[in-house]
Ligand binder design. Sequence first.
Ligand SMILES: NC(=O)c1ccc[n+]([C@@H]2O[C@H](COP(=O)([O-])OP(=O)(O)OC[C@H]3O[C@@H](n4cnc5c(N)ncnc54)[C@H](O)[C@@H]3O)[C@@H](O)[C@H]2O)c1
Length: 257
Amino acid sequence: MSGRLAGKVALITGVGGGMGVVAARRFAAEDAKVVGCDLDTDGAAATEALVRSEGGEITVMGGVDLGDADAARAWVDAAVATYDGIDVLYNNASTQRFAPIEEMSIADWDFTMRNELDLVFYTVKAAWPHLKKHGGGSIVNVGSIAAMRGVEFMAQNAHSTAKGGVIALTLQLVVEGGPFGIRANTISPGMTETSNTATLLADPPERMRTVVLDRIPLGRHGQPEDVVNAAVFLASDESSWVSGTNIVVDGGASVLG
Ligand SMILES: NC(=O)c1ccc[n+]([C@@H]2O[C@H](COP(=O)([O-])OP(=O)(O)OC[C@H]3O[C@@H](n4cnc5c(N)ncnc54)[C@H](O)[C@@H]3O)[C@@H](O)[C@H]2O)c1
């Protein structure tokens, strides 16, 4: 075992689709013992089978709704029961709804908070005592450049607020976790090609193309691997003195505003 995550038990949320699939494959290829979950049962099973076929060690629980605190705890507890500890908690999963502020329903606002912010709090809260008992670990939360600026092409009021919450929560975890060896960091991706954005990127609205896609200094949108590369670093011991950073992975887009 010589991978960058050799010997680490890594919990990854949302491995049934998008970046989560790439994360599960890469973490397993780096010799982590991966415990994943997803709301999507078929996606969860497919990722489990794929990673195992590649020789990786992985268990994926499907049908887990992390917006339910008890379900989040049950998933974390099952991982601890299997491996007797946790080294990494990678909060990748999220889902959200978009509408201009006047049309944003209370239900859609609450849905977004539940599925982008609450679920991070729930997994962290469930994992925290285990991380403490284990002598520390690494929490990797996924934010977004949406939290850093307003945009004209997407009615992201709830999404950006929830992701801002993830970034703020992470900063507090740094302080509360430091004495126990718990590190916490955020990765904030820009526009990245996944199942969630594929349709949008295949036929982007003119406004989005001109104000976003044509203005990415590195000249392309992101691939899941770009984001997962940062996650591997934050999960590994290479970042053992890094806590509280927000790695922006966006081809330079947010610098242009
Ligand atoms: N794709 C982008 O352009 C982009 C940009 C910035 C940030 N992000 C963030 O990166 C992360 C991954 O994005 P993606 O594009 O791969 O998303 P995705 O929608 O393709 O995949 C998310 C996965 O999370 C799962 N999930 C959602 N809610 C869940 C819940 N309540 N319980 C359990 N599982 C749940 C989904 O079933 C899905 O498999 C997300 O946090 C997203 O907000 C993505």
